[in-house]
Design a protein around this ligand. Sequence first.
Ligand code: AMP
Ligand code: ZN
Length: 112
Amino acid sequence: MKNDCIFCRIANGEVPKKFLYEDENIVVFRDINPCAPVHLLIVPKRHIRSINDITASDKEIISEMFIIGKDMAKKALVDRSGYKLLFNVEKGGGQEIFHLHLHLIGGWQKKS
Ligand code: AMP
Ligand code: ZN
């Protein structure tokens, strides 16, 4: 837990947030500034700065994030229409919150 990290504080329950999913390692909540009709964040409870900082010992948490991502896509009814699972990595990659999170983005209107 990093005290000045907003996602640590959310995951820890210090900052109130509705979780769409929670287990001992991961929480899922809605992005506060969604860029699509469905925009969820899959967040490990443990503080990891970015994908640059993962090691072989994080194998399980990373694979769990993807499994939960596709489960949440199904729950949000975007699994068939399609979605993105995305990590922004460091400033140049668009990362603004330096606590690892996987974006689940989808639900765009179909173009006819
Ligand atoms: P990134 O640019 O990959 O670091 O993404 C950070 C995301 O976190 C952005 O899409 C923000 O809208 C979102 N965000 C920032 N603060 C909060 C918050 N308190 N609750 C939910 N989402 C947040
Ligand atoms: Zn953190």
